[in-house]
Design a protein around this ligand. Structure first.
Ligand SMILES: *[C@@H]1O[C@H](CO)[C@@H](O)[C@H](O)[C@H]1NC(C)=O
Ligand SMILES: *[C@@H]1O[C@H](CO)[C@@H](O)[C@H](O)[C@H]1NC(C)=O
Length: 262
């Protein structure tokens, strides 16, 4: 995951914060309290998929996941912390808990909505993941809970000051290569990328309407070089799947342009 570069203009902001809300009641959040809301796929999922009806491939609640940091498998697709955990640590927040975790009510620190295997398109691993639009619906439910807990004005303030990070796209682009998909008979690569980006844009705009102002997005990595993609090339040569990396490059360029416009 070292290759991921974040468009994180808000990191500078975090570094000047000293968040001291721990132990305070939710009704007296200090002015500088900033929540972290997390959306997307396995790069960001902290365990939502532990609580949905899915297949083992999309869950990470068994060994050796987690062995190097948590010492047990939390549902993160890593041996240790995920990127949002490091961001949370940097912001003096606790690790942000999955939305679906039954014991979680500390919404004022933020919530993790991400789901391994998810894409911006509803069709991506449909029925086995929480797609981005459903994650948005969960966020809207959370907004109601926050309003009840804090009152409308405080809830608005919290959503306005919060940071929103979204990691999505890798699964949308990988799926057409890992299945016998006819998607590229219906769409050119550019059209397919446009469709992914417009669905992501929709979600960004909805979060904006709810008050969101600070967003961060990781670039997609060279997806064709993932072991999963290399294994698709006959002959076991270890070569990267260039068409897949090409989509990631197109996506990164299109996302950067769309974000400038937004
Ligand atoms: C694609 O279809 C062929 C023939 O129907 C089958 O042999 C192959 O396993 C399929 N590949 C995948 C990745 O599903
Ligand atoms: C979102 O993706 C779907 C396919 O999942 C597509 O039909 C639709 O046009 C896209 N929506 C937008 C706003 O582009």
């Amino acid at each position: 995951m070292m290759g991921l570069r974040l468009h994180l203009c808000f990191l500078a902001l975090f570094s000047t914060l000293s968040i001291s809300a721990h132990g305070l009641g939710p009704l007296c959040l200090p002015e500088e309290h900033v929540a972290l809301f997390i959306f997307g796929d396995s790069l960001f999922d902290a365990g939502n998929n532990n609580y949905i009806n899915t297949i083992t491939d999309y869950q990470a609640n068994y060994e050796p996941y987690g062995e190097n940091f948590f010492k047990y498998s939390t549902g993160r697709f890593f041996d240790g912390r995920i990127i949002p955990d490091f961001i949370a640590e940097f912001a003096n927040l606790p690790f942000i808990t999955p939305y679906l975790h039954p014991g979680y009510h500390r919404y004022t620190d933020g919530v993790n909505f991400a789901s391994a295997g998810a894409g911006a398109l509803a069709e991506t691993h449909q029925g086995t993941v929480i797609d981005l639009k459903s994650q948005l619906n969960n966020f809207k439910n959370l907004e109601s809970l926050l309003s009840k807990e804090l009152g409308d004005a405080e809830a608005k303030k919290l959503l306005f000051r919060a940071v929103y990070i979204i990691s999505v796209g890798s699964n949308d682009y990988a799926v057409p290569f890992t299945r016998n998909s006819s998607i590229f008979q219906s769409y050119t690569p550019e059209e397919y990328v446009d469709m992914v980006i417009s669905n992501l844009t929709f979600v960004i705009e909805e979060i904006y309407k709810k008050g969101g102002r600070k967003f961060g997005f990781p670039n997609l990595s060279p997806l064709g070089c993932l072991p999963l993609a290399r294994a698709l090339i006959p002959g076991n040569t270890g070569a990267c799947k260039q068409e897949l990396t090409a989509l990631a490059i197109l996506h990164n360029k299109a996302l950067s342009e769309v974000l400038q416009k937004l």
